[in-house]
Design a protein around this ligand. Structure first.
Ligand SMILES: *Cc1c(COP(=O)(O)O)cnc(C)c1O
Length: 309
């Protein structure tokens, strides 16, 4: 849902048979309003208010992510009997353009404890999830994560007689922006190989994927106006181009120039000028700068021109 909450996208994916992962009750309401059955929806955010768990459960959601004891207890109380998957910490932040691995997930040892506790609280210890980081360029990141998952599946079976049923491979599948990435087919082939190496056909768990940007990254164009163009002194070669969108209007992933979105203006095609252009947003926050190092070619732009990204 995070990658695009557009109703058109939800409806199309619903018709194609997709399931949905929600991070909030607001996303949940939107998917339900599109007519998607609760059995096709998970609550994948590990950070949730007790009242929101209760709300989701009342709407029929019975599949929840967790990575902490306090959240697990909330789920046990407000969504009794539900299926639980525990998110683990994984590597991959060096090769992901937008890492998602520090804030979410717990150490596999703690994940094992949580799954056992889930059973003891009357929940279903259902599976394990991870996210190797968004725009993940190294397919082997899944190999490392799946090795941890395999260890956990075996441990749970042998030590606790708990048969986990599901692996959630998260997102991380790249969209086609500017930097070169492998086609999705390569990801599919490699990850399938990792899985078939680890599990026989009859033991193959249910596999959930949560592709976000790779599915919908190309479904929208952000159109902005050039609000102002200036230089900091008469001799300064750097041209500042301020637009009416920035980090606080949907472009947070340009922070540190992490994600390099394609930027287009018709005037680029005829421009031959050199010199630095800084592309910045309109707010009064000085971190609101999108691109400085990326070498955006906007020399011919004038105030009032449109930029497409
Ligand atoms: C953001 C997110 C995704 C989608 O990730 P992409 O890398 O954008 O495909 C999937 N699962 C969870 C839990 C997320 O937070």
């Amino acid at each position: 849902m995070k990658a695009s909450p557009a109703v058109e996208v939800i409806n199309l994916l619903a018709d194609l048979g997709s399931n949905f992962d929600c991070a909030s009750i607001y996303e949940l309401d939107r998917v339900l309003d599109c007519g998607v059955e609760p059995s096709r929806i998970s609550y994948g955010n590990t950070i949730k208010k007790a009242e929101h768990v209760k709300y989701a459960f009342e709407k029929g959601i019975d599949l929840y992510a967790t990575d902490s004891e306090a959240d697990l207890k909330n789920i046990a109380k407000h969504a009794p009997g539900s299926k639980i998957f525990v998110r683990i910490l994984v590597q991959g932040s060096e090769t992901a353009e937008w890492p998602l691995s520090r804030k979410f997930g717990c150490h596999p040892n703690m994940a094992i404890e949580l799954l056992i506790q889930a059973r003891d609280l009357g929940l279903v210890p259902y599976g394990i999830s991870f996210h190797v980081g968004s725009q993940q360029k190294d397919v082997a990141a899944w190999d490392d994560a799946l090795a941890k998952v395999k260890y956990m599946f075996d441990w749970m079976k042998n030590e606790e007689d708990i048969k986990l049923q599901m692996i959630n491979l998260g997102g991380g599948f790249p969209a086609n922006y500017i930097s070169e990435v492998n086609p999705i087919k390569v990801y599919a082939e490699e990850i399938t190989r990792y899985l078939t190496d680890d599990y026989s056909e009859e033991d193959m768990p249910e596999i959930i994927l949560e592709p976000g940007r790779s599915l919908v990254g190309g479904s929208g164009v952000l159109v902005s106006d050039v609000v102002l163009i200036s230089r900091k002194s008469h001799t300064d070669l750097t041209r500042w181009v301020y637009t009416d969108v920035g980090l606080f209007q949907g472009l947070i992933e340009t922070l540190g120039e992490a994600i390099k979105y394609p930027v287009y203006t018709p005037k680029m095609e005829t421009s031959t000028s050199k010199g630095t252009v800084v592309l910045a947003g309109p707010t009064c926050d000085s971190t609101d700068i999108m691109y400085e190092e990326a070498g955006i070619n906007c020399h011919k732009l004038e105030i009032g021109d449109k930029i497409f990204g």
